[in-house]
Write a protein that binds this ligand. Structure first.
Ligand code: M6R
Length: 615
């Protein structure tokens, strides 16, 4: 995920773009850059680091004059975050300059073709390939910039929101979108371009949101033309009146980063799949696995090391790996593993899971596992993070920046990627037929839409939250794949509302925790139809018999739990191994609303930090 901003009009572009980048920094903050045209020269300044670093550097290095410009804040996908890989990127002639949010999946063959035609590249990015492809088309076909962009984009596979201009014709900016958002602010004789409307809200509240597959040319401060990229047909611009105010916008219109991130999960999971899952062909492609496939296929065991929510994702993975790939799995707290001289074999594969890629205990566990000769694979969200560099190979979750301290989309995307790995290994080991494999992939593909449906339980979560916000304790129960979700649900409640909560395997309740149950105790029970349903229903009966309050997370259309529970929250049906991706959604919503009702600092809970870089 990256943030893009552009301006063409009668004002100085620099302050508008800089402020826009600050507002979009939630979308990525590993590097930033700006390109301005001052009437004579194209000036580009870019740097690794935050927008603040860019500001300091830019104001001392270049003049900030100019009424046309573009800017970018980056969440690295192709190429590590450094000055060279930062956007904007310039074409070989030095005339075209581009910013891009997305991934051009076929950039490698395109790059090769351009190299054969004499082009050279400075960065590792797909974006530099795109700007040179546009340049190549423009000169080969002798067409205007808009047409060249259109022809070039029709040769690409992937996702993009782009803005590009030509310094030899600095009266227009060409923008396009497919899979990444792009809004055009329509002012008086001026246009604003951005990933969302926040960068231009104080200048205009008229905005056009480009649809997927559309491009636009904004010209001469007044002209605007929208076309379909595929067939060149003209589109009537639909100008919306924005209902935003300045206070809301820093979180993209949400009250907190946490709720924004909860709602981002359908897209985040889709981004985790992107370019990896080919359902029709029955293929899962992941370079980090493909390049080391023998290590995985010959693994004696998989040992997961992680902390907190990432550890919970590892527990879900234990069920999934053992079920599908039939490889024994152990899941270790990294903080315990690192200090207990664990038995590690050279043919073990250690999987380190970490959203931030910076967690000190996980880092130390990786180093120990490497010393003991194991192959270490990282599952991280933050591109270029320490853990992603320290591991032998890995896979990014591509969830986009997670700013709220309570992990939400990191959890579901970690489970997603670990599921892809388990399914891939299962197929290669002959544990799943091609038909079974395809069935699982098809169902996985439907998960983002089902997560979106599960998010509709928000209103119910608010009602339940209002009733239980003042409790002192809560229990979370689940079985099988949903036992780790019970742990995660309890962690979410604890860390942001400061209510004591415990997660248990449902059947363990009668070995101790049942003593806690009385009419004051809410018990959140995950009781989907697919997983040990009758057993869980019996556990619910046991709680009911002791006057506990039941909040059931059930499959759509459930009738049995409904008869027993005080409240039920429905989620869509899916195959049992994928239920954690859905059952976790109402639990996230429930803890969020309880914390908000209690007036807690949801995004920055006390005593916590997003990256735990100390022991
Ligand atoms: O960045 P990591 O995934 O390595 O972080 C691990 C834990 O610190 C993290 O998951 C923590 O438990 C979250 N705040 C939970 O919401």
């Amino acid at each position: 995920m990256c943030g893009i901003v552009g301006y063409i009009g009668h004002r100085e572009a620099y302050p508008i773009i800089l402020q826009g980048l600050q507002r979009l920094e939630y979308r990525g903050y590993d590097s930033a850059g700006i390109a301005l045209y001052d009437g004579d020269h194209l000036k580009v300044c870019k740097t690794k680091g935050k927008v603040e670093d860019l500001k300091n550097r830019l104001e001392s290095e270049i003049s900030t004059k100019g009424t046309i410009g573009i800017g970018h804040t980056r969440w690295a996908t192709h190429g590590v975050p450094n000055d060279i890989n930062s956007h904007p990127h310039i074409s070989n002639s030095g005339n075209l300059v581009i910013i891009h949010n997305g991934i051009i999946e076929n950039y490698d063959p395109l790059r090769q073709e351009l190299i054969n035609r004499g082009y050279s590249f400075q960065s590792d990015t797909d974006t530099e390939v795109l700007v040179n492809l546009i340049e190549d088309v423009k000169s080969k076909e002798n067409v205007k910039l808009g047409k060249a962009v259109q022809i070039a984009l029709n040769q690409t596979i992937g996702a993009y929101a782009i803005a590009v201009f030509d310094k030899t014709k600095p009266n227009e900016i060409v923008v396009a979108r497919l899979g990444s958002p792009l809004a055009i602010g329509v002012g008086d004789d001026e246009f604003f371009i951005a990933s969302d409307a926040t960068p231009f809200i104080e200048y205009t509240n008229n905005a056009i949101y480009l649809e997927d597959g559309e491009m636009a040319v904004v010209r001469n401060h007044k002209e605007l033309e929208i076309r379909k990229i595929k067939d060149d047909s003209l589109v009537d611009p639909y100008i919306q009146e924005l209902q935003l105010n300045l206070e809301q916008i820093e979180k993209g219109g949400y009250d907190h980063f946490m709720i924004k991130e909860i709602y981002e999960q359908p897209d985040a999971i889709t981004d985790t799949f992107r370019g990896r899952m080919k359902t029709k062909e029955g293929i899962i492609r992941m370079a980090g696995i493909d390049d080391n496939i023998d290590k995985f296929l010959n693994a004696r065991r998989i040992v997961v090391v992680a902390c907190g929510t990432s550890w919970h994702a590892g527990l879900v993975a234990e069920y999934i790996f053992e079920e599908f790939a039939r490889i024994p799995v152990e899941v270790e707290y990294a903080s315990e593993f690192r200090y207990r001289n664990p038995v590690i074999y050279e043919d073990d594969v250690v999987i380190a899971i970490s959203q931030s890629g910076e967690t000190a205990d996980t880092m130390a566990a990786i180093k120990l596992a490497k010393e003991k000769g194991a192959f270490v694979f990282g599952v991280c969200n933050v591109v270029g993070s320490s853990i992603s560099r320290e591991t032998h190979a890995g896979a990014y979750t591509h969830a986009g920046p997670e700013i709220g301290v309570a992990s939400t989309k990191a959890f579901t995307t970690q489970i997603t990627i670990l599921t892809l790995i388990a399914l891939k290994l299962a197929k290669l080991k002959g544990k799943l037929s091609l038909t079974e494999f395809r069935t699982y992939l098809q169902e996985l593909e439907s998960i983002p839409a089902k997560v979106a449906e599960a998010l509709k339980s928000n209103e119910q979560a608010i009602r339940v939250a209002a009733q239980y916000k003042d409790v002192a304790n809560a229990l979370y129960l689940g079985r099988g794949y949903n036992f780790p979700v019970a742990l995660e649900g309890a962690l979410k409640l604890k860390e942001i509302s400061y209510i004591h909560a415990e997660g248990y395997p449902a059947a363990e309740m009668k070995h101790g925790p049942i003593a806690l149950i009385d009419e004051e105790m809410p018990v959140v029970v995950i009781a989907t139809r697919q997983g040990h349903y009758e057993k869980v229903v019996s556990n619910i009966e046991e709680i009911k018999a002791r006057s506990g309050k039941i909040i059931g997370i059930v499959s759509k259309g459930d009738t049995e739990v409904k008869k027993l529970a005080d409240h039920v929250i429905e989620i869509p049906e899916t195959l049992e191994p994928f239920t954690p991706l859905l059952t976790t959604i109402p639990l996230q919503l429930l803890s969020y609303h309880i914390a908000v009702m209690l007036g807690k600092n949801v995004d920055q809970p006390r005593n916590l930090a997003k990256s735990v870089t100390v022991e």
